[in-house]
Design a protein around this ligand. Structure first.
Ligand code: KG4
Ligand code: ZN
Length: 398
């Protein structure tokens, strides 16, 4: 098979990304224009501003990706773009641009699910490092600002299929990090800030309870009564009454409320307001600025919050891995960049004898290399879309 160069485009949320990946395994370029500065004053992504920033960034970002890869519009073999899930207006910018390129250049166009992209960020680097064979079934935790989803992944003849066996019932894990950071006046986006502050606090200082969702087996087995260990093909459909096996759901809106309650009980609001104002007065606050403005009680609170989140994510994912007798674990999405999460997964999965793979930190958060990588098996299968395909803001992964 000759090499295929795929130009990937990603614009589902607040990063405009373009990348060229060779044959699903070699990243030739990976450009990400971040909109953090635009959304920072609002403490969250403002959809209209995101669309506007994507419009501004898309042409230079794609040009730079091609130039760094030593490619041209004419030389790439296909254009891949994120179809969803994401913000509709933001997705449309990437999709319209990809359609225009594919039409003008007469190149095949490939639509990619953003969540599949996150999973392929792991596969890309795993192939790149020629890390040996992948053992199935694979369980993938996709944990980001919009998702906390568990998928069983299967591959047959370049066709990847996914089965969702758990998801958040309310807030995604990254959303909880962002909301708690906002609540504590620490800045935006919260995940990376909390990640860096947490080692300075005592993770045992505040006890948080995270809601444990009752697992309901679709065929009324009790958890642990059986294992799906036949390693055969998995149903391609999303969970439904016909699918057996327990599900492992998450819930993170409660811990956010618990942090708020702690803030009220401990009367932390004046100190939080003072920090918010002090940070607003600094042009681009550094982590050192944020730390200097955070007292011991706040650092302890942040460390305890992160410890609870990490323990819950790891515990539930490993319980799912045992129940489905999986042989490989992937952890991807923005929150997979979290140091404590990585260390805890590595330690706990090793105790279970389970190999765990993460994308490098650069490929954990949104990027287009993962989109170009996920498109490669579709390219091999000739799975192209026509010019009338649409953005799908609520797209599920199957
Ligand atoms: O995958 P991503 O870039 O965008 C979505 O698809 O949502 O994930 C962004 C999310 C944000 O909530 C951000 O706070 C979180 O990932 N995040 C982190 C870290 N880096 C990014 N959360 C915890 N620790 C980090 N180091
Ligand atoms: Zn993402």
């Amino acid at each position: 098979m000759p090499d295929a160069h795929i130009l990937g485009i990603e614009s589902s949320c607040d990063e405009t990304g373009a990348a060229v990946v060779r044959s699903g395994q070699r990243v030739l370029s990976n450009i990400v224009a971040s909109q953090i500065a635009t959304h920072q004053p609002y403490g969250g992504v403002v959809p209209e501003l995101a669309s506007r920033e994507h419009l501004r960034a898309i042409v230079p970002v794609v040009r730079q990706a091609l130039a760094e890869a030593g490619q041209t519009y004419q030389s790439v073999d296909a254009i891949a773009v994120t179809q969803g899930p994401g913000l509709a207006g933001a997705l449309l910018v990437g999709i319209s641009f990809a359609k225009a390129l594919a039409f003008a250049l007469e190149k095949p166009l490939i639509a990619v699910n953003h969540l599949e992209g996150h999973i392929h960020a792991v596969l890309l680097e795993q192939r790149q490092s020629e890390n040996g064979d992948l053992h199935f079934p694979v369980l993938a935790l996709v944990v980001s600002g919009g998702h906390t989803h568990l998928y069983l992944a299967q591959l047959q003849e370049n066709l990847w299929t996914y089965r969702n066996i758990g998801h958040t019932r309310d807030d995604a894990a990254g959303e909880a990090f962002d909301k708690v950071a906002k609540l504590l006046g620490l800045g935006y986006p919260g995940g990376p800030i909390i990640d860096r502050l947490a080692p300075h606090g005592d993770p045992q200082a505040v006890k948080f309870q995270i809601a444990q969702i009752k697992h309901r087996d679709r065929r009324d087995h009790k958890l642990g009564d059986h294992k799906l260990g036949d390693h055969g093909p998995l149903p391609a459909a999303e969970d439904g009454p016909h699918v057996s096996g327990p599900n492992f759901d998450f819930s993170y809106s409660g811990i956010k409320t618990a942090v708020l309650r702690y803030v009220e009980t401990e009367k932390l609001k004046p100190a939080i307001e003072a920090r918010r104002q002090a940070l607003a007065g600094i042009d681009t606050p550094t982590l050192e600025d944020i730390r200097r403005l955070s007292n011991r009680q706040i650092l302890n609170l942040v460390a305890s919050f992160q410890r609870s989140m990490v323990n819950d994510l790891v515990m539930k994912t490993l319980a799912a891995a045992r129940a489905y007798d999986v042989r490989t674990l992937f952890v991807s999405g923005g929150v997979a960049a979290n140091r404590e999460l990585r260390a805890t997964f590595e330690r706990e999965a090793a105790m279970q004898g389970l190999p765990v793979f993460f994308p490098s930190r650069a490929l954990s958060t949104d990027n287009a290399a993962m989109i170009a990588a996920a498109a490669f098996p579709k390219f091999l299968r000739g799975e192209f879309v026509s010019m009338d395909f649409c953005a799908d803001a609520g797209m599920s992964l199957r």
